[in-house]
Design a protein around this ligand. Structure first.
Ligand code: BES
Ligand code: MN
Ligand code: ZN
Length: 495
């Protein structure tokens, strides 16, 4: 899709569909008033008759409206003149769903008369384009009868003020770039485990890096990981025939001397649980256990499209977790790259085993900060559901930056503590630590485990087990937390 912004007369604007919002007071909205006048009072009559409901999620489409140059007029209910962020996102996601199902090529959107608490027009523009582009996502490769994607190609945001045109255009493009990252993460998540293997993810990273001069890619194989001492990671891959990989992406947009931000994404392309086999119900959803990795690849897609002037490293440890005669057994002890030993009491707590070696490797970059992203614990789904990702951090400033980025992007997080009392639950009688911490506080003890490998830098852990995909009828990857991560990077780049 192409996005642009203009300041023009809506009445004479030729477009397949003109979109305007219905605030609480038409008097406050000159755009709405002028449309009402041009159409001979149509809008007022529809409001009075009750044909159009002024609530979020409702809209009314009018074909060939008289008095306007547009082919269609879409009246968008929004209940109030001033919305909070969440309601605005609900409104624009509804609009995106509506517009992408209409048989139109172009649309003109006016958000005149609509305010968002403590957010400006630029913020609105970024979310509008992001949601429209996200709505074009279609996962098709395995359906014999193909569904068609939207015909919508060009969206114009109409503004009352010429001064902001350049800013709006920029933000529309940022929003689209974020959506492209989100959509890549969704596609990788939705692909089944027999296609999206560790090698597949590595190839995706290579392909992306070849397209961009500022991006380079290195892939470590099992032999190289063995030399580095990554035995915790290798213990997870012991039961499968699929070769494990450690993918390293380096984006150089900043000065060479500038310390990088490192993103580490869990890439378990299928998590059967291993010898500690999972129950059968919904086990298919464990193909989504690589959504952390997918979010790193998605974020890098956005990064190269927006060409941010910062340095970012992406590290993706990727494996398949399967039971077999060669698989790691409960009670086995392994030595991690850091030198610390781990008693594997449950082979289904595999995410932390691959992440700990990746986090040790991340230390080599002398990073400014490290964020790992993982579908790590079912306990996080119980605690926060699907609305917020869990964040746990050894640095208050970093945690606060992520909370702010979550609020700005609508891709929110909620912080949980990392107190030493919880860490004690990882005690092992036979090794430096166990890989599980008992039944209580599973999300926190998992993060405490990772915290033992991140002592030398500022670090945050994002548990996305509840946010990375939807279950049920709506089953599919969400692309979260790409919006959160890109917002964090944007803020870091001063944008
Ligand atoms: N990938 C799972 C976490 C998960 C489970 C995410 C369900 C989303 C939905 C992870 O590898 C896992 O199995 N974690 C275990 C840890 C336990 C054995 C300590 C869990 O949460 O049950
Ligand atoms: Mn598991
Ligand atoms: Zn897992």
């Amino acid at each position: 899709m192409e996005f642009t912004a203009i300041a023009c007369n809506l009445l004479t604007k030729k477009t397949d569909c003109l979109v305007i919002t219905l605030g609480s007071d038409a008097e406050d909205n000159p755009t709405l008033q002028s449309i009402d006048e041009a159409t001979g009072g149509l809008v007022s009559r529809l409001k009075k008759s009750g044909d159009i409901k002024n609530t979020i999620g409702s809209s009314l489409l009018i074909n060939e409206p008289t008095g306007l140059a547009a082919d269609r007029l879409l009246l968008l209910g929004c209940s109030k003149n001033t919305l909070n962020e969440q309601s605005f996102l609900e409104l624009t996601s509804g609009l995106a769903k509506k517009l992408t199902t209409l048989p139109i090529n172009t649309a003109c959107v006016s958000l005149d008369g609509l305010q968002v608490e403590s957010r400006d027009e630029a913020w609105q523009a970024q979310h509008l384009s992001r949601q429209l582009e996200e709505s074009s996502y279609l996962f098709n490769p395995f359906k014999s009868k193909e569904k068609k994607t939207t015909s919508l190609k060009k969206i114009t945001l109409v503004t009352a003020s010429r001064k902001v045109l350049d800013t709006l255009k920029k933000k529309l493009n940022v929003g689209r770039a974020i959506a492209n990252g989100v959509n890549l993460a969704r596609e990788l998540g939705d692909l089944p485990g027999n296609i999206c293997t560790p090698s597949y993810l590595a190839n995706q990273a290579r392909t992306l890096s070849k397209k961009h001069p500022k991006l380079s890619c290195k892939v470590l194989n099992e032999k190289q990981m063995k030399v580095l001492g990554m035995n915790a990671l290798l213990s997870v891959t012991a039961g499968t025939d699929e070769p494990a990989k450690m993918v390293i992406l380096e984006y150089r947009g900043g000065k060479p001397s500038e310390k990088p931000i490192v993103l580490v994404g869990k890439g378990v392309t299928f998590d059967s649980g291993g010898i500690s086999l999972k129950p059968g119900a919904a086990m298919d959803e464990m193909k989504y256990d690589m959504c952390g990795a997918a979010s790193v690849l998605g974020t890098f897609t956005t990064l190269v499209e927006t060409e941010l002037p910062i340095n970012v490293v992406g590290i993706i440890p990727t494996v398949e977790n399967m039971p077999s005669g060669t698989a790691t057994k409960p009670g086995d002890i392994v030595k991690s790259m850091s030198g610390q030993t781990i008693e594997v009491l449950n082979t289904d707590a595999e995410g932390r085993l691959i992440l700990c070696d990746a986090l040790t490797y991340a230390g080599r970059y002398k990073p400014k900060s490290v964020i790992d992203i993982a579908t790590l614990t079912g306990a996080c789904v119980m605690a926060l559901g699907s609305h917020a990702s869990g964040v746990l951090s050894n640095d208050d400033a970093l945690a606060a930056q992520l909370e702010t980025a979550g609020q700005t992007s609508g891709d929110r997080v909620w912080r949980l503590p990392l107190w030493s009392e919880y860490d004690k639950q990882l005690k092992s009688n036979f090794a430096d630590m166990a890989n599980i911490g008992g039944r209580s506080a599973g999300t926190i003890t998992a993060a405490c485990f990772l915290g033992r490998f991140t002592k030398n830098y500022q670090w945050a852990h994002l548990d996305i087990a509840g946010t990375a995909w939807n279950s049920g009828d709506n089953k599919g990857a969400t692309g979260r937390p790409v919006p959160l991560l890109t917002q964090y990077l944007l803020a870091h780049a001063g944008q």
